[in-house]
Design a protein around this ligand. Sequence first.
Ligand SMILES: *Cc1c(COP(=O)(O)O)cnc(C)c1O
Length: 466
Amino acid sequence: MNEENFRLSEKLVSTSYGKCPEEGWSESTIELFLNELAVMDSNNFLGNCGVGEREGRVASELVARRHYRLIHGIGRSGDIAAVQPKAAGSSLLNKITNSVVLDVLRFSGVRSVSSCFVVPMATGMSLTLCFLTLRHRRPSARYILWPRIDQKSCFKSMVTAGFEPVVVENILEGDELRTDLEAVEKKIEELGAENILCVHSTTSCFAPRVPDRLEELAAMCANYSIPHIVNNAYGVQSSKCMHLIQQGARVGRIDAFVQSLDKNFMVPVGGAIIAGFDEDFIKEISKMYPGRASASPSLDVLITLLSLGASGYKKLLSERKELYTHLAQELKTLADRHGERLLHTPHNPISLAMSLDRLQANCDKAVTQLGSMLFTRQVSGARVVPLGAEQTVGGHTFRGFMSHSDAYPRPYLNAASAIGITKKDVELSIKRLDKCLKSLKKETKEEKCESASSPSGPDDQTVPST
Ligand SMILES: *Cc1c(COP(=O)(O)O)cnc(C)c1O
């Protein structure tokens, strides 16, 4: 199938397949659709004989079924968005996925997003690809301005691309850690705009850090003609994060924003969406991808969105929001009961933090002990952040690592209400957390504090790498 034939077939399907269907499709309808796509790929042609080095041959029938016989992946050697003549079905799948995903980004709040594509790499590597693309536009730039967020992959995404991250510490406002706009501007003046590759900001993050001041950063980037890349890792699920991106693009400059497929769409880890407002720039990024790419992340997100439908996805979003409120209330009650405090972080729509001042005051070790206790009791995702952890990432030493700050005034515990969370998740984790805090209190009363044997858990429990 050549480009022209492809364009013809695209015309046939584009109008009906371009959007996420309002109501989800049945499993058998989706399978029929995928089979239709698969028979358009040359490896499934009945009369096909192959004499090339990549012919879509698969030894295991189980593997073939796992991929619905879509074996050729997506893209051509030079461009992940290009049509693959040997694989019209896979190419069509890729285009349909990208346009369905674009529709979802729009109705989730970034109404003016103009273009996007799915990449089979997680968020960190996808950010790297964005930075590498910008290098061609700004050959003399060495620095990336980065309001600090303590997530190793964010930092590594810049180092791996060969740039020098310039860490801008956050400002403490009440309990919240917020973007220091003055410090960002000072750095721009100091380093010179032409030497700065881009500003790399973040929406979704662990409390007490809150999403960056995107509007102001975007306006600053426009003012100094500096590109702006936004890490929106799990922000699609929050209308607030999406609204920030929409507003940033409206009043200033956002060149691309990147979001994780698994964190936002409940699919296996391994994919991300790179999106933006300038079609040419997004195309340029997709052309940076060397070689062909796995179609699996595209296939998984397409199946997911077709089966949920727009209404199913929106329902998940509203349930998440309701459970955020519920989790906040439950954490507040728990905090009160233990002489702690739910930190006041109203600008963070997903993650919450509860102080561990009292626990720390009673016993120095208790805070890290709580981390391993929660791990042993299968409360996953709860994150204990002690004071003063130091960590070196990519050659840079962070003081107070995990807390997004050199000197956050107190230790705390994080919990998040992320897409797919259930009432049972909230209730069980609060119950177990309560038990852990009670038993730690008992231990300190019995003066077992210093000698208390810490329940086994991995050593790095308090410093998770993801
Ligand atoms: C998860 C996450 C990342 C890294 O994502 P990967 O998909 O593991 O590369 C980066 N930044 C933030 C804020 C995240 O939450």
